[in-house]
Design a protein around this ligand. Structure first.
Ligand code: CP
Length: 335
């Protein structure tokens, strides 16, 4: 096993000091394209689900560092994988994840995995077995490119974007709010940005309808981290109260753990939640807040064009900063 192997599967894998160093490096290298710090290195990124920003921004980051990036569309380009230890593989899976991870480790210097799951079992999906199996068996660092529970690379870019606009984040009022989407979505970006905002001492308001609670363990840990950093996490179940006087609002839809096994019921419940949209009236309640969304967004459903294209929207800064946040992360893990 490589002695320096280090996996980034969750925002929890980044301590406060390490996060601050990453943010400083990302900001310092922003705009400085040429570097050969990872010359001769190869990244292997496994996409079991679709992506625009993560795929392209990692490829650009790798190119700017002199590395090569292999994007593997894993759902159709590699074999169906067995994940159960000591399985007798007489079903449809042709390869064990153990063999895939160990083989890929002989070819590439870092593996990335994007895998979202909605099997109907919240306990099964929150365990993220495929991602964690890759991390267990790979001999090279494994980075989560978005899972059901986490999207740490997005969250690093998100806090970098907030810092660019607010400088210090400690004590700043940050609202993370659920918004409407007809599709059941994962929690990844929201869990990860919640943890990092709390760790940096922000005053976090988590706003969502009843039944759309985020994962209890993550919210409790974020509350403890916020308290340790001089901030707090409070939860409200009304959008208007949630955004009141916020300095930053961050929105995205996420699925209901209550209805995780019954997506049809979730769709029905959401028919009464159309008012969870970021429009100009919602933004008028804030303290002229920055508007953030990790994208993709359904215009006119989760947020209006006026807000998304408005003067306080930083959605493309977030997307752009994925390149610099990931350059910093790759340099940290491999440089
Ligand atoms: N925000 C984000 O990860 O976008 P993609 O799904 O396009 O990668």
């Amino acid at each position: 096993m490589t002695p320096t192997k280090r996996d980034i599967l969750s925002a929890a894998d980044l301590g406060r000091g390490e996060l601050e160093n990453l943010l400083e490096l990302a900001q310092r290298t922003k705009g400085k394209r040429q570097s050969q710090v990872l010359a001769g290195r190869t990244l292997g990124l496994l996409f079991f689900d679709r992506s625009l920003r993560t795929r392209v921004s990692f490829e650009v980051a790798a190119t700017q560092l002199g590395a090569h990036c292999l994007n593997i569309f894993a759902d159709r380009e590699i074999y169906d994988l067995e994940q159960v230890e000591r399985a007798v593989m007489d079903g449809h899976a042709e390869e064990h994840v153990k063999d895939a991870a160990r083989t890929l480790s002989r070819y590439v210097d870092l593996l990335g995995v994007r895998k979202l799951s909605r099997t109907g079992s919240w306990e099964e999906d929150r365990a993220e077995q495929l991602l964690r199996s890759y991390a267990k068996y790979a001999d090279v660092p494994v980075v989560n490119l978005e899972s059901t529970m986490e999207h740490p690379c997005q969250a690093i870019a998100d806090v970098m974007t907030m810092q660019e606009h607010l400088t210090s984040l400690k004590g700043r009022r940050f609202t993370l709010a659920w918004s409407m989407n007809p599709e059941p979505k994962n929690m990844g970006p929201c869990h990860s940005v919640l943890q990092l905002a709390a760790r940096l001492g922000m005053e976090v308001t988590l706003a969502h309808p009843l039944g759309f609670e985020l994962d209890k363990d993550i919210v409790e840990q974020a509350s403890r981290d916020a308290a340790d950093s001089g901030g707090q996490v409070r939860v409200v179940n009304e959008l208007e109260a949630g955004v009141q006087d916020a300095e930053v609002v961050y929105t995205r839809s996420w699925g209901s753990t209550r209805y995780w096994s019954d997506p049809e019921r979730e769709i029905m419940v959401k028919r009464s939640l159309q008012s969870w949209i970021f429009d100009e009236a919602t933004m008028a309640r804030t303290a002229n807040a920055l508007f953030m969304h990790p994208l993709p967004v359904r215009r006119g459903v989760g947020a209006t064009d006026a807000v998304l294209d408005g003067p306080r929207s930083v959605i493309y800064d977030q997307a752009e900063n994925r390149v610099y946040a990931q350059k910093a992360l790759l340099t940290h893990l491999l440089g």
